[in-house]
Write a protein that binds this ligand. Structure first.
Ligand SMILES: [Zn+2]
Length: 337
């Protein structure tokens, strides 16, 4: 079944948590795995979860060519975290091909920005006013982050792949899971502000129709004019991990992850529970800011106190990374128990 995607993202700069963040999440999880799970991960992937984390973003380097075929196009900017997979790019092209046309990704109509459906697996755009994840809410879809996470879990449990996903084997499913559990904790990858012409929040669930003029693409179209280098997108500000963390988790982050309670619900419910938690967190990410419309698909963010906001955001990011690491370990431990 075809469905229109509401969130529109740029190919690579918008990936939730940059490669450092996905490696951090994986490196926390690696240290929380049971001996059995660790062995299974190694056997399946050949790499640890830390190295596997960025794989699903590396897949975004697969582009449709003029002759209609798909090919991995190396971009020096995004290549470093992808080097562990350099000798098996065929696997990325294959995955992208099988998950390219199962939904419509409207921005991909032109050859230049042609993005496959698999790009939608990384996010939801639930209105920030909601208090939980629900598949009936605007900004969710049958090929969103929650559905993709559940699909990967199903395959790892030995079940068939729920459509519209096409997951070839457990290895691919684990590569997906190692990434998506990280995406799930980035507030702007689950929730989004929808904005009216005066910059006020509008609610797409009142009519259950998204007015395209209110879309911010998970904050990608909201800009912070004080950012002078790199992307000034509000979304990107949340993808960035604190500089001092690098790409391997320090002990403090591992300890924070260990201290978190493990979900006791059925594993099939975990993705939705995680998304609900992130929607709650997104309320903090969107507190003490206002927005101003500056053009079509263009907004400016105004912070009531930018320094304090950034300091609070730094703390929140550490908490979210720790959660992602703990959850990734918990789900892998549960699957391979
Ligand atoms: Zn992602």
């Amino acid at each position: 079944m075809l469905a229109i995607v509401v969130g529109l993202y740029l190919p690579n700069p918008a990936s939730a948590w940059g490669p450092d963040g996905h490696r951090l999440v994986g490196s926390i999880a690696d240290q929380l795995l049971s001996p059995t799970a660790r062995q299974q991960v190694k056997t399946l992937l050949g790499v640890d979860l830390r190295e596997a984390g960025p794989w699903l973003d590396c897949v975004k380097s697969v582009h449709r060519q003029a002759d209609g075929s798909l090919a991995y196009v190396e971009d020096p900017l995004y290549e470093p975290p992808c080097t562990p997979f350099a000798n098996d790019r065929a696997a990325m092209v294959d995955y992208a091909g099988r998950n390219w046309i199962d939904c419509v990704y409207p921005e991909g109509a032109s050859a230049a920005s042609n993005l496959g459906c698999h790009n939608t697996y990384h996010f939801d755009d639930i209105a920030s006013q909601r208090d939980k994840f629900d598949r009936n809410y605007a900004g969710s879809s049958e090929h969103d982050l929650v559905a993709a996470t559940n699909a990967a879990i199903a395959v790892l449990l030995g079940r068939s792949t729920p459509p519209p996903f096409n997951i070839k084997e457990k290895k691919e499913a684990l590569m997906m899971l190692a990434h998506l559990v990280g995406d799930m904790t980035q507030p702007l990858h689950v929730a989004a502000p929808y904005l009216g012409p005066d910059g006020s929040l509008v609610d797409p669930d009142v009519t259950h129709t998204i007015d395209p003029s209110t879309e911010t693409a998970g904050g990608n179209w909201i800009h912070d004019p004080k950012v002078l280098k790199g992307s000034d997108a509000f979304h990107h500000a949340w993808d960035d991990t604190p500089d001092d963390l690098g790409d391997t988790a320090p002990q403090a982050l591992v300890d924070a992850a260990k201290a978190l309670p493990v979900d006791t619900d059925r594993i099939e419910n975990w993705a939705a529970i995680w998304a609900t938690d992130t929607i709650e967190v997104s309320k903090q990410a969107m507190a003490n800011v206002t927005y101003q419309k500056t053009g079509p698909r263009k907004w400016t963010i105004i912070f009531s106190d930018r320094d304090t906001y950034l300091k609070d955001a730094d703390k929140l990011k550490r908490q979210q990374l720790a959660k992602a690491g703990a959850r990734l370990a918990a789900v892998v431990n549960r699957i391979f128990q």
